[in-house]
Design a protein around this ligand. Structure first.
Ligand code: COA
Length: 182
């Protein structure tokens, strides 16, 4: 089932698809706290696979050509967040992604270092029960383990192991062996 709120724009290019699990629900822009526009852009041949999740008001979800995004159950992305996928993004179950976060698996532009082109796009993996704090940024190629907390205003550029709290820009480990509750 897909529930779509007011002021939601879905742009679906040829060959793109949204696949929701038989017993799951995808909610897009249905929270009532604001009337900001929520935009979902599905580029040609892209696919969004969802078990059960919510993209709140003001979110921009952009899947470029052939991009794939997978979201588990009981996961939400809060207001005014932007997610841009060029290759692959996986988000597990029970994860809480706060307001105004930015996740992208691509630098969009290429850096040439000593005449050699660097990789500018690489998949992102976000595990189960990951809490990403307000205004944080998650960049290409990182893997964030289960039960982690990304503190507010952090920029994640390297892998985060399970059960860690990371903070800062770039995000560094400030605590280990943690869990967290809603
Ligand atoms: C990370 C957080 C949860 C606090 O966790 P905590 O275990 O209580 O951490 P502490 O306050 O003990 O801080 C541990 C260290 O991390 C640092 N730290 C905590 N939050 C930080 C942040 N956002 N940026 C930079 N450093 C931070 C602290 O200064 C401290 O550093 P020190 O050991 O050098 O003194 C909290 O700071 C935070 O960022 N909350 C996010 C809130 C949010 O976004 N809510 C949205 C609603 S979903």
């Amino acid at each position: 089932m897909i529930l779509i709120g007011h002021n939601v724009r879905i742009i679906a290019k040829p060959g793109s698809r949204i696949v929701v699990s038989d017993i799951g629900i995808l909610k897009i822009g249905i929270n009532f706290m604001s009337d900001k526009q929520t935009v979902v852009y599905l580029g040609p041949q892209s696919a969004l696979y969802v078990y059960s999740c919510e993209f709140m008001k003001g979110c921009h979800l952009v899947l470029m050509d052939y991009a794939k995004m997978y979201v588990g159950y009981n996961t939400y992305i809060n207001e005014d967040s932007t997610v841009e996928v060029r290759s692959k993004l996986f988000i597990g179950n029970g994860s809480a992604l706060s307001k105004q976060i930015y996740i992208t698996d691509s630098d969009m532009h290429k850096i040439i270092e000593n005449g050699k082109e660097k990789t500018h796009t690489s998949p992102i993996f976000i595990g189960n029960k990951v809490w990403i704090g307000l205004r944080s940024v998650v960049l290409k190629g990182v893997s964030i383990g289960n039960n982690t907390v990304v503190a507010a205003n952090s920029t994640v550029v390297k892998n985060v192991a399970a059960g860690q709290v990371v903070a800062g820009m770039p995000a560094k480990v400030v605590k280990e062996n943690v869990t967290w509750e809603y």
